[in-house]
Ligand binder design. Structure first.
Ligand code: NDP
Length: 325
């Protein structure tokens, strides 16, 4: 099969599309013919070697994919069934989705929701799945459209774009924080009614004027610290990313004086029942226009160059990798 293969030479990561042997059924219970994969920030770190994502080489990267079952030793999945995979260390410790086939555990798979096109599932991908988890975290913390404005950082990226579209469709007033003026039109079309510059988030005081009922943060560091200082009494910040760094230079003030909640969001190890519910909500919430606005399609051969673009902040929305289509 054709796959993107990562190898290590002199501590540098080499990425090349190669013909390799089909996956062994011993690697899992279900063999999947992959139709679409996605390119995520974590894939970009792995493919470029800029992040310590992969510790065992050779490795096939790709943390998400959609396809149909070609062989199954798991009674829950039958040949021909369409399935989605995100997370579980696939593309990190287990051969991943940037290949024509993958053999994975049945426990890791979610049936493609009825009525969702496979291509749309990968326009959503890990990023969109995470965005929905963040929105649900805000809902679970009691943030409603009537509570006030919700702010999204790293707004033109994969998680950010989907979060803006989801929140807008659910009736929230959405503010978007971006480092790029070129994305303003795109963000307005997705549903942002306010756009703020990332530069304004460089410095913060322990407490600032209260502006946000909630926040979805994909950036971390100073940006997250400022969000916390500007969150309304009783509000919630759902933090899922580190595109700006993994530090958090904050104080306890927002927590002890304003009852602010900082809710961490992980997409890798979400239990199966919650996954199915998240996919169902994504299908029922995202408008058709989102899939046209937010997706760029590339080939497997283009993935190493596009991975470098990710880390240079040149990517907008979701990047969809056509495997067999
Ligand atoms: P993208 O690269 O698509 O988006 C990241 C966005 O962050 C960029 O578009 C840019 O938005 C902004 N950004 C980029 N560089 C910087 C910088 N140096 N400082 C501040 N902002 C920056 O990535 P994804 O949307 O796929 O992922 C976003 C983050 O979420 C990543 O850190 C990723 O690892 C994390 N993530 C976590 C998951 C989890 O399970 N917790 C799952 C999925 C993703 P703009 O140009 O608009 O400012």
């Amino acid at each position: 099969m054709k796959a993107l293969v990562l190898e290590q030479q002199d501590k540098a990561t080499l990425a090349e599309v190669k013909e390799i042997a089909l996956p062994d059924m011993a690697q899992g219970d279900v063999l999947v013919d992959i139709s679409w994969s996605g390119l995520n920030y974590k894939d970009a770190l792995a493919i470029t070697g800029k992040g310590k994502i992969i510790r065992q080489f050779p490795m096939v990267p790709g943390i998400d994919f959609v396809g149909h079952v070609s062989r199954s030793n798991d009674p829950r999945f039958s040949v021909g069934q369409s399935v989605i995979l995100t997370g579980w260390g696939v593309g990190e410790t287990h051969w991943g989705g940037l290949a024509e086939q993958a053999c994975v555990k049945g426990d890791w798979l979610v049936p493609l929701p009825e009525g969702m096109a496979a291509r749309n599932a990968m326009i959503i991908g890990t990023a969109g799945f995470t965005a929905m988890l963040c929105v649900m975290a805000l809902e679970e913390a009691g943030v409603t459209p009537d509570s006030g404005t919700v702010v999204v950082t790293g707004a033109s990226g994969g998680v950010g774009s989907t979060a803006v579209a989801l929140l807008h469709t659910l009736g929230y007033n959405v503010a978007a924080v971006t480092g790029r003026e070129s994305t303003h039109d795109y963000l307005r079309k997705l549903g942002a009614s306010e756009i703020l510059s990332r530069d304004d988030f460089a410095e913060t005081r322990p407490l600032e004027k209260q502006l946000w009922a909630g926040a979805v943060d994909t950036v971390g560091d100073n940006v997250l610290a400022k969000l916390l200082a500007q969150t309304n009494y009783g509000g919630c910040v759902a933090a899922c990313g580190l595109a700006g760094g993994f530090n958090l230079p904050t104080t306890v003030m927002p927590f002890i004086l304003r009852n602010v909640r900082l809710q961490g969001v992980d997409s890798v190890s979400v239990p199966a029942e919650r996954r199915a519910a998240v996919w169902e909500r994504l299908m029922n919430t995202l408008p058709e226009s989102f899939y046209q606005q937010a997706a760029t399609e590339i080939t497997l051969e283009q993935t190493p160059a596009v991975a470098a673009d990710f880390l240079n902040n040149k990517i907008q929305g979701r990047t969809l990798v056509k495997i067999t289509g």
